[in-house]
Design a protein around this ligand. Sequence first.
Ligand code: ADP
Ligand code: PEP
Ligand code: K
Ligand code: MG
Length: 576
Amino acid sequence: MSASFRLSSSLSPLQSRDLLKMRFLSPRIVVHNPVPFLMPMKTAHSRVVLPENVKVAASELAVTAGIPVGMTESGGLQVDLVTETDLKENGFRSTRRTKIVCTIGPRTCEFEEIEALAVGGMNVARVNMCHGTREWHRDVIRLVRRLNEEKGFAVAVMMDTEGSEIHMDDLNGAESAKAEDGEIWTFTVRTFDPSSCPERTVTVNYDGFAEDVKVGDELLVDGGMVRFVVTEKIGPDVICQCTDPGLLLPRANLTFWRNGSLVQERNAMLPTISSKDWLDIDFGIAEGVDFIAVSFVKSAEVIKTLKSYITARSPGSQIGVIAKIESIDSLRNLEEIIKASDGAMVARGDLGAQIPIEQVPSVQKRVVQLCRKLNKPVIVASQLLESMIEYPIPTRAEVADVSEAVRQQADALMLSSESAMGQFPEKALAVLRCVSLRIEKWRREEKHLDATDPSFVSFSTPPSISVEICNTASQMANKLKADAIFVYTKTGQTASLLSRNRPDCPIFAFTPSTSIRRCLNLQWGLIPFRLDFSDDVESNLYRTFSLLKAREMINSGDLIIVVSDVLQSIQAIKVP
Ligand SMILES: Nc1ncnc2c1ncn2[C@@H]1O[C@H](COP(=O)(O)OP(=O)(O)O)[C@@H](O)[C@H]1O
Ligand SMILES: C=C(OP(=O)(O)O)C(=O)O
Ligand SMILES: [K+]
Ligand SMILES: [Mg+2]
């Protein structure tokens, strides 16, 4: 591997006045005397400069460090060895803040393949119910769970609903079909036996299709990858001429446009959650997924309905509902939808088929900013590294697109076909990892958004003790150049509020719940650990210090800002 090594200077020597401990006991402020520190200090520690070379995986770092990739759990502190090695070798500040969602597909559904993705930095595994059978998805979900149990990872599972989109059938099992310029194709609601399907005929899943379209409409496959114009309607058959040739892929999505805008006829009345989706949702709840992403959300109502359904079916469940922003209607009701959800996804694939593509970047920025304001995690999805489905390196333009999402400080980036069926899933993941690290560092250096930046202090949330504590803790961490923020959180809420401030240092989130640990793995800058802790902040802290120090994940002299949602307190403390 090509990692280079560099010695970084040690933190300034510990002085007793530095030990001033600030504590905000809600809402009183108490300043304590310094506690004595008896442990000797290290003068310097070595750090690995993170390789910019995309070929280097965290697993290689683990191997270099002589550590097998697996789980470590001691004294009730649970973390995977990749995170542990990363912290040890690279230091806190270099850890990646932007999270990565990988769609699992035929290319990545074996245990070893999923493990390779986890080792490469996958935080969330997504299964797309548009494709495959429930049995297939069940196997994948169980493999992820096994991986977490055996190796200590906290990979969350996101189930993505099919939704009532209009799409083609599976092309009778063919990988693709080529439509040439000028060819006449038939799109129909009739179904055929594979053996008796006429040439250049595609079945469409929506019964009202032939009634909704008009002669002269433009038919876009996959948001315009292939285009047709409707020339004739004969009963259930819609006859079209190809105007932009290309490859038709199985179950590709279809939209039709009239006079330059999306046609919304009876198709607009299709339910957001179809009867098949409800069965998939039952399946997801039964399999204990962490997130359900709802496709083609139109209003907040459907999110509220789903959330109450989940609560009724599985009381006390932590399943987060993610609204996919990919339709015109979702843009009309954006704020309401995001408020009702537990997170959002900028699903640029379908979004770009519903609004003119040149509007997608500004919508992305708007959704990312709104989610931050409303303290909801946001995922930027689709076509980030599209060329890597076939090629081992991305285009420069793709790197620029990924960089922009990282600069916007989205919580997570998502791979779709790149990881589901592409030729280079691990390389694509490595590109997201390296670009994220580099751009995050650049952004910190530029200090475009530091503690004094009004955009972070002026979030218009209703005033609350937790919000103020988290804002103050983040500002303190930035001003004091703290090495990390530690948060002890039972519900995950305090960790989210800290993440929202996008502080300069990483946030170690300790939670007693394995499911909250997984959910936190979708959020920017959080390194989730499972830890049983008591209501005694002091003893939690010293126990954590000794557990982390024993494993060299922190060092004497590291400055830590400590926040607890149990006591609603802040402390600034140097590791003894
Ligand atoms: N479970 C699966 N079974 C078969 N193919 C899959 C599966 N999941 C994903 N894929 C493939 O990966 C591609 C990208 O996945 P995704 O972005 O989730 O779907 P889509 O492109 O249909 O929106 C799909 O078009 C499909 O070819
Ligand atoms: C993520 C998206 O949804 P799906 O892959 O399910 O179409 C998208 O449309 O960008
Ligand atoms: K979907
Ligand atoms: Mg979509």
